[in-house]
Design a protein around this ligand. Sequence first.
Ligand SMILES: C[S@@+](CC[C@H](N)C(=O)[O-])C[C@H]1O[C@@H](n2cnc3c(N)ncnc32)[C@H](O)[C@@H]1O
Length: 245
Amino acid sequence: MQDQNYQSLHLELAADDPWRLDGNPFERQRHAQMLRLSLCQGSITNALEVGCAAGAFTERLAPHCRRLTVIDVVPKAIARTRLRMNDPSHISWVVGDVQQFSPEEPFDLIVVAEVLYYLESVAEMRAAISNLVSMLAPGGHLVFGSARDAACRRWGHAAGAETVIAMLNEMLIQVDRQQCQGASVNEDCLLARFRSPVRPSHESTSAQQKAGIPAVVHLDGSARLQPISRTSLHKVAELLVDYEN
Ligand SMILES: C[S@@+](CC[C@H](N)C(=O)[O-])C[C@H]1O[C@@H](n2cnc3c(N)ncnc32)[C@H](O)[C@@H]1O
């Protein structure tokens, strides 16, 4: 992360209510929408929240998670959130950069909102997303949120919501998407929920190849089979039974 970005994060995190995440009704509404998206999959066993600021969203998410890891690149963010939450035993704290983070266990939920545009370039954003995707358990969910591309560029960042959502669509399956809008032009963000495939795509692709089934797998996770013979159809049926088991 650029030193300048780090310094401005550090300054903001010294304020009473950083980014007005507690005081601004738009931010509270955004957090309510993020929580709804986070809880769609039912109970949460092991979650990751990236970029906690002073803990406004952590406070909402934590009661729903059996285990929660919270990571932030600025030590002050972790210290403030830890104090606010009274340091419960089901939360692990990490001071670190999302680009380098490498957990021991996969997560069934990852929440990353208003964080990735602090990275220096679109290439760094892509690398951070790949890293996050690699931490998702099969069938796990990732909730992403960000101000839109136009606002982020106006603020001097490389990119925002639309760019990241397009990248996530290459790696995961988008299952929900919402817009959150307030009164000012800066209060306009996209929230999206993604699911990781139940099995890594290379496994199903090689199984299909072994069975000789021609398939077109689209980047949104859908797969369309080309016209195939009756024999291949039997192989598809066998694969499905195998997959179900
Ligand atoms: C604007 S706050 C977002 C807070 C919260 N996620 C939300 O949506 O309200 C951004 C937070 O992300 C953290 N952050 C920025 N870049 C990061 C990085 N590369 N790795 C981890 N945390 C980062 C900042 O320190 C800050 O606490």
